[in-house]
Design a protein around this ligand. Sequence first.
Ligand SMILES: Nc1nc2c(ncn2[C@@H]2O[C@H](COP(=O)(O)OP(=O)(O)OP(=O)(O)O)[C@@H](O)[C@H]2O)c(=O)[nH]1
Ligand SMILES: [Mg+2]
Length: 642
Amino acid sequence: MHKLQSEPSEGKQRIMSCSKYMSAPVCLIENDENGKLHVKKEGKEILDGIHEPVVVVSVVGLYRTGKSYLMNRLAGQQSGFALGSTIESKTKGIWMWCVPHPKKKGHTLVLLDTEGLGDVAKGDSKNDGWIFCLAVLLSSTLVYNSRGTIDNTAVEKLHYVAELAENIKIRSTEVEDEEEGEDSEFVMFFPSFTWVVRDFTLDLEIDGKKVTDDGYLEFALNLKKGVGRKMSDYNLPRECIKRYFPSRKCFVFPFPVTTQENMTRLEILQDKDLAQQFLEVTGHFCHHIFVNSAVKRLKGGHIVTGRLLGRLVEIYVDTISSGEVPCLENAVVVLANQENQAAVQEALKVYQRGMEEVKNMLPISIEYLTCEHQKLSSLAISQFTKRSFKDEKTEYLKKLEEAVCVCYTDLLQDNQMASEKKCRDLLKNLFVDVNKRLQDGEYSQAGGYELYKRDRDAIVEQYRREPNKGVRAEAVLEEFLKEREPEANSILCMDNKLTENEKQMKKQKEKAALLEQKMKEEEEKRIENERMMETEKVRHEDMVKQMQEKFNKELEQQQQERDRAIESKLKEQEEMFKKGFKQKAENLEEEIMKLKNEKERSKGGGIFKDYVMPFLCPLVEMVPNLLMQRSMLKSLTKGLKR
Ligand SMILES: Nc1nc2c(ncn2[C@@H]2O[C@H](COP(=O)(O)OP(=O)(O)OP(=O)(O)O)[C@@H](O)[C@H]2O)c(=O)[nH]1
Ligand SMILES: [Mg+2]
């Protein structure tokens, strides 16, 4: 049971304990005197700083009905959202308060308090319609606040719901031969709905039987049989509420205090001064919102963080300001592009940071380098999949792959150069004594060649024993020995101890040794290439696996969206049948079938294999291709230099 008495102090502690949360609400969307909507910088910046998933609760309803007061209770505070005690409407635009979620660790509860609807002084119902529409689009729970009873006037005042079909588009392009409007799909993306009735004084009884708050709401939403304008006017808002908001809840609140004088001082009254029953209902209401309000998700199921919510606010407000109708699909595409681009950068940083450490160790073996490359690229892809979504043609994954490949091939080249330098320096050092002997003419006498060969073989042996020479050890040795070939030949020529025949044989041996060294170099290269290819194969398999998991997760979220819609439509259909609205029930059948077919069509891994895999396959060639291009470029520039 929700302990209401202790809430304000708990709430205050909640807010104060975490600096990124706000001590008071701020304006998020301004509604200027000309009825133009603007996103306020301060509000947007606060959302930008929230990287946690958000649960968004918005309150809408006629002006002066106690909305701001109720929102303060949800924030666990006595004051915050400004209340008005006159008949003039108080809240303008949409105000926001972000607090730590009291029940979901690691989540932020975003409370959106909206401008009261139907203010006669404003006289612009279109503007009201947009405020209502934004509250629906941005929240995961919509609280509709009204006063008195849920009579026909109260339901009629909710005509904004019926207008949603004109104010919200799901797809950017019209689907031909679609019989029913897009609004049949609203159930998949709309928030859950809670109707709050304030100052309710009647007994909850229908035909002499006690009913619950929810039963009361459902009773008020019952359709009437019959035809004609009057009947359809009566039924339309009810039908829309039922169709768009299948998950409904109702709370009836009694008067908070008994005297009129206290009514305008509610903000400063302590809980002990409020009516016990009012406190109890408030407690139940807060508990329900905290426990049942879902995390905000985009169409397609992607979880919305504070930062994404801020972007969403901007996209929708900009669309409305430019005279267009907000479109769920467009918003998702714009957001996905931005997020995917950022995901590529974040993932690339993971790879680059890791490789920076490797760079400090060069030269290293190809085994170690490829192993690190494989590990870091797997980490980068998993970082990428954390933030990216709807990268259906792997367009952004490809960008990441390209960037990773460029880093990797650069590193491969740096490693080769480091190895070359190390090996050359090593050989140069090892040959110091030989050079001196050469200068002193020690090899220019009879038996000099044997002496030279013995010294050279000892150096080669010592060179081979030296560890961590990197990937160019044999190649550098080959080059070095080749460079020294004329020197060995001239020593051989000068050696009088040897007969001409022996000299010829030794010369042949020298040639054979060089050839053998060349083969060693080629073997070294072959092993390097093989290892790189193997790594690319394993890396590709890992990438496919991670992308498949990501794809399955997104698919599952979409299926859950459809399941929820099917379930609610079946419920609605059953109710229609029960209440004798046979035609309406039959109409629903088509919507249900359409959803079921869509669900069936996107089932299984087939789509991934047929649709996503073709985009992933060419990626396996990327590193070898890039390497080939680079080595061609290298030999070309070498040729030019010559
Ligand atoms: N009778 C009554 N008055 C309330 C209740 N809750 C708050 N009030 C008082 O009603 C007045 C208006 O409350 P607000 O919370 O500012 O109402 P609002 O719906 O946010 O008003 P706008 O922002 O102008 O649309 C204040 O004086 C509140 O103290 C309630 O449950 N019953
Ligand atoms: Mg208000």
